[in-house]
Design a binder for this molecule. Structure first.
Ligand code: SAH
Ligand code: SF4
Length: 375
């Protein structure tokens, strides 16, 4: 194999079908090579052109010179007794991100929580990712690489009858709509039959409310949308989610309505509501939330606050969480409570991440608590 070190090789892992076709056309090859190579990468977990036996020897040699399939390096892999699995991944500049796979329904559903950025610039007051500041956007290869690594760890080839990952939620580290240009191609690969073949209802993007990008996303894709609301009035939301000062609640919910209207099927919005003791967990908050959401097709995911050092916030008692849920249900809402999963690997992995790089430690606790039940 001859390596031209002056020209970086194209990483095929993050290319959408259109981009892959353009790549092969630029080599003077037929477009259908794109589907062949995508299947090798995403269905077979293959990163070695030599093994892609339905390509000619000459093309394989050329690909070795010009291209590569490079996923994130697995620094740690853990499995919990309840079936939760997690990976600490090293991405290109030595930063770390975490990916968690959460099983449900007796293993029928396996939801992967995927990160979009290292850190986050939006500085929500109750989020330790925000407190760490923003380091950089992940590339599309690094975003889809998380799905690739999780799927590969199951070994067997995947197709429509065997999917190690059945659902994806963009609820890991970072704000996906602040990294639109990498996140959208990665989500296209999640949906593509030559990629992961997931239905659009099973891929969820969570946003703190980047309104113009919600509109843009609605023009391109109709994946499920989750909105991190956490407060039903602007005064409180300005405090919790500073982005609210730019796009207030009414503006945000209007964008959500426009998004749902663009979906070609009946779709529900997911409202994420992190319950913080004495901040947003009282009966008047539930009533205000209920009034605000009247007429909006949505369900409310209640997430008890996951404490981290110096946050200044506390987790409400279990009873208070249950009371809050009951108030919402009495007002006619669906409001599941999302409980922490994978406790038995929490400590081990937490320690490991702590040794590797402390900045992901709180986040790893948080993402285990997430479970979105797209159908
Ligand atoms: N940036 C996106 C997606 C990543 S955060 C967003 O904000 O939606 C995923 C979810 O975790 C969001 O609903 C966020 O508000 C919530 N979250 C962040 N820190 C938390 C904490 N300490 N406890 C509970 N939920 C938290
Ligand atoms: Fe960023 Fe989401 Fe954390 Fe806010 S909650 S700081 S948007 S990752």
């Amino acid at each position: 194999m001859t390596l031209d070190t002056a020209t970086p090789r194209t990483n095929l892992l993050g290319l959408t079908r259109e981009e892959m076709e353009a790549f092969f056309v630029s080599l003077g090859e037929k477009k259908f090579r794109a589907a062949q190579v995508m299947k090798w990468i995403h269905h077979e977990g293959c990163d070695d052109f030599e093994s892609m036996t339905n390509l000619s020897k000459a093309l394989r040699t050329r690909l070795e010179e010009l291209a590569e399939v490079r996923g994130p390096r697995v620094v740690y892999e853990g499995a919990s007794e309840d079936g939760t699995r997690k990976w600490v991944l090293e991405v290109e500049d030595g930063s770390y991100v975490e990916t968690v796979l959460i099983p449900a329904e007796g293993g029928k559903r396996r939801t992967l929580c995927v990160s979009s950025q290292v850190g986050c610039s939006l500085d929500c007051s109750f989020c330790s990712t925000g407190k760490q500041g923003f380091q950089r956007n992940l590339t599309s290869a690094e975003v889809i690489g998380q799905v690739w690594v999780a799927s590969n760890s199951f070994g067997a080839r995947r197709d429509s009858t065997n999917r190690p990952v059945t659902n994806v939620v963009m609820m890991g580290m970072g704000e996906p709509l602040m990294n639109y240009n990498a996140v959208v191609p990665a989500m296209k690969l999640m949906l593509d039959d030559n990629g992961y073949g997931l239905s659009k209802r099973r891929v969820t993007l969570s946003t703190s409310g980047v309104v113009p990008m919600i509109d843009k996303l609605g023009d391109e894709l109709d994946v499920s949308l989750a909105v991190s609301l956490h407060a039903a009035n602007d005064e409180l939301r300005n405090e919790l989610v500073p982005l609210n000062r730019k796009y207030d609640i009414a503006t945000l919910l209007d964008a959500c309505r426009r998004y749902l209207a663009k979906c070609d099927d009946t779709r529900m919005l997911t409202i994420e509501y992190t319950l913080i003791k004495d901040v947003n967990d009282q009966q008047r908050h539930a009533e205000e939330l209920s009034t605000l959401l009247e007429g909006l097709p949505c369900k409310i995911n209640l997430i008890p606050f996951n404490p981290f050092p110096h946050s200044g916030y506390e987790k409400p008692s279990r009873n208070q969480v249950m009371r809050f849920q009951q108030w919402l249900e009495e007002l006619g809402h669906t409001a599941p409570v999302r409980m922490t999963r994978g406790d038995d690997i929490d400590a081990a992995c937490g320690q490991l991440v702590g040794r590797v790089k402390d900045r992901t430690k709180r986040h790893e606790r948080y993402i285990q608590s997430i479970q979105i039940d797209a159908d």
